[in-house]
Write a protein that binds this ligand. Structure first.
Ligand SMILES: [Zn+2]
Length: 376
């Protein structure tokens, strides 16, 4: 049994679920069929047979509908319940990057399933070619052509403005009049809102009514947001624009944490820089004693996603810093107290780098400042 084969199976299943969701948004009346999902299903079942899980039921699950009914709303570890415990141990499944995930989808009705945030996060740990050509990649490529200052200004603007009016768009165009590449990146990031939409009270992007309930960029928003009211409704009559979905999800939403860190540094009157060295880090802090800390803000709810991303990137970027931190939103650790411990397993080689919450970062900064004061 090849573990890479199994991981690919999960990647195709996750990708297929999201593809089905997109097809359903486009054509709600047609059954959304995804070749990749079926491919992933075949691979998972093949793996099950290879490890000796033979018998009638493997073949009963070979068609998409029965497979989804059997597996897709169950946490990933439960997919392996019928595998022999010896095999699970030998393959060290518990430590595999696909294992520690909640269900990839929720059932919406008879045979329609919505992919979960876990599904999106897992897919984000997969090969670049699985996500290449997406809006967020194209935007990054355009923005890397900008100079450091223009890059920072535009990046902050996009994070702070998930929705803009036509007047705001005009103003930004004027501001970017002398910067053709900046204007190009800006124009690319937004699309016109053409259907009835509400402002999502959680993330500030749009909520739209689909055939099966409301949709935002993340299933997480629809899970936690209560009733939408009329005063959240957007007046699109004179033209409104929103970030493209992938840009909201992978670019703007995680950026809020970066800005929260920068705001804290500003409040503390520290010397700080956002996205230094063309985005090698998210925030750099220079203390008055000369010490430099580099920070990479990460907004993955599942610690295994973050650990896998770190492993794929070979750890924290090297540089001339005393301490490096991967910082996650404090609320992500509420339901999973071992969050940072899971991630820190991957950082044993880099003794000056740690994963901590925003709350811990704030207290480490305050302690550092107190030390500098005491030494003065
Ligand atoms: Zn939202």
């Amino acid at each position: 049994m090849d573990l890479a084969f199994l991981e690919k199976a999960f990647a195709l299943i996750a990708k297929g679920l999201i593809e089905k969701e997109q097809l359903l948004q486009k054509e709600p009346t047609r059954y959304p069929y995804s070749k990749e999902l079926q491919h992933g299903i075949n691979m998972f079942l093949t793996a099950s047979i290879q490890v000796g899980k033979v018998g009638g039921n493997v073949f009963e699950w070979a068609d998409e509908a029965s497979f989804l009914r059997q597996f897709i709303t169950r946490p990933i570890p439960e997919w392996f319940l019928e595998w022999s415990p010896d095999v699970v141990r030998e393959l060290n499944l518990e430590d595999q990057p696909f294992y520690g995930y909640e269900a990839f989808a929720r059932r919406r009705n008879e045979n329609i399933y919505i992919p979960s945030s876990e599904c999106y996060e897992f897919l984000d740990t997969q090969d670049k070619d699985i996500i290449s050509g997406t809006d967020e990649r194209v935007l990054y490529e355009k923005m890397f052509l900008l100079g450091q200052d223009a890059y920072c200004r535009l990046r902050r603007y996009l994070i702070e403005h998930p929705i803009i009016t036509i007047d705001e768009k005009r103003m930004m165009r004027v501001e970017l009049a002398d910067d053709r590449m900046g204007r190009e990146a800006f124009e690319f990031a937004y699309e016109e809102i053409t259907e009835e939409s509400f402002r999502c009270p959680y993330c500030g992007w749009t909520m739209t009514r689909g055939k099966y309930g409301f949709n935002c960029h993340s299933p997480h928003c629809t899970d936690i947001v209560p009733e939408l009211t009329d005063n959240m409704k957007l007046d699109i009559s004179s033209g409104m624009f929103r970030l493209k979905k992938g840009i909201m999800r992978y670019f703007a939403q995680p950026g809020k944490l970066e800005l929260a860190i920068a705001d804290f540094c500003e409040k503390k009157k520290l010397s700080w820089t956002l996205w230094p060295y063309m985005d090698k880090f998210d925030v750099e802090i220079r203390f008055s004693d000369g010490e430099v800390w580099e920070i990479d803000a990460k907004a993955y709810r599942n610690p295994i996603t973050l650990r896998t991303k770190i492993q794929n990137d070979n750890g924290f970027p090297v540089g001339d810093y005393t301490r490096g931190y991967f910082v996650v939103p404090s609320e992500y650790t509420l339901g999973q107290r071992n969050y940072t411990a899971v991630v820190n397993k991957a950082l044993k080689q880099q003794t000056n780098v740690k994963c901590i919450t925003l709350r811990t970062l704030k207290s480490e900064i305050s302690q550092k400042e107190a030390k500098i004061l005491a030494a003065d």
